[in-house]
Ligand binder design. Structure first.
Ligand code: 13P
Ligand code: ZN
Length: 272
């Protein structure tokens, strides 16, 4: 089977289109990766090639031998569905988890995203803490999440509670909360290490003055998580822009009631 006929590639491209439509991917902003299942890679094996081994820029031994579908550096999300073979590609990791080679795509000398170290280190952590279920890592530049990083203190508790308070759904969709990473130079190992630490506890890491990383078991869950967080951030930005005192909100006890009703384990230490 051709890679582009496989369900995982179709789901990946659809998610990229949806993210662009949401306005989260100006120019080449953002990147997406999917850890491919063994049976899925077997189905497309005839369509694969073997490129040269290159350094990942991080060490991810628990992902040794795994294959990923991932966006290319400098590529625009709005072009992914038009020219997928140039804008995205499949990479394979070697036995040490320190080198990768291109197996499909990245035509015209393209290469994986500059955030490859962050994607792979996040995949490694998430694979471990989810017992292998988690397969998607998604980075985007949603304006409202970024705007909040200029006016809220950059701590996990403040961001989490402020977002939980904005919509009842938030406590259900991300009961573990969101983590925050201080501003750092993108594309480097240091920001990858900081983000993967946050990902041990949370499914979302907000990058100050830059964007957000989320993870999920599949495309729907990763996209839905980012969508919910950005929607809550948008409401908070609107409320703060009104310059009115908040007269009422969803209280800590009410968040507890939601958690009880929907049977989710809320991060209790963040509540009053
Ligand atoms: P890439 O084009 O290398 O994926 O970088 C985009 C980005 O958002 C960096 O954080
Ligand atoms: Zn970015």
């Amino acid at each position: 089977m051709k890679v582009l006929d496989a369900d995982f590639a179709r789901g990946f491209i659809r998610m990229a289109d949806d993210g662009y439509a949401m306005g989260w991917h100006e120019r080449n902003g953002g990147n997406l990766s999917y850890r491919i299942r063994e049976n899925e890679i077997d189905m497309v094996r005839d369509d694969l090639k073997e490129g040269e081994w290159k350094k990942v820029g991080a060490s991810v031994p628990d992902l040794a031998g795994e294959y990923f579908l991932i966006t290319g550096t400098g590529k625009f999300f709005r072009n992914i569905s038009l020219k997928p073979e140039e804008c995205i590609g499949i990479i394979e990791l070697d036995d040490s988890g320190e080198n990768y080679r291109i197996c499909w795509g990245f035509d015209e000398n393209n290469a994986p995203t500059s955030e490859l170290p962050s994607h792979l280190m996040n995949h490694e952590v998430k694979k471990k803490v989810s017992n292998g279920k988690n397969r998607v890592i998604y980075h985007a530049h949603p304006a409202n999440v970024i705007a909040l990083t200029f006016v809220l203190p950059l701590d996990d508790k403040t961001f989490t509670v402020k977002l939980w308070e904005m919509m009842s759904e938030c406590a259900i969709v991300f009961p573990k909360g969101v983590g925050v990473v201080d501003w750092m130079v993108p594309g480097k190992r240091d920001i990858a290490v900081a983000t993967s630490k946050v990902m041990e506890e949370y499914d979302a890491a907000i990058w100050a003055h830059h964007g957000i990383f989320v993870s999920g078991e599949d495309f729907d869950l990763a996209f839905g998580l980012l969508h919910t967080i950005e929607k809550a951030a948008e409401i908070l930005v609107k409320v703060m822009s009104m310059k009115a005192e908040i007269r009422q909100t969803i209280t800590s006890d009410e968040i507890r009631m939601i958690a009880k009703e929907f049977n989710v384990e809320i991060r209790e230490e963040f509540l009053d």
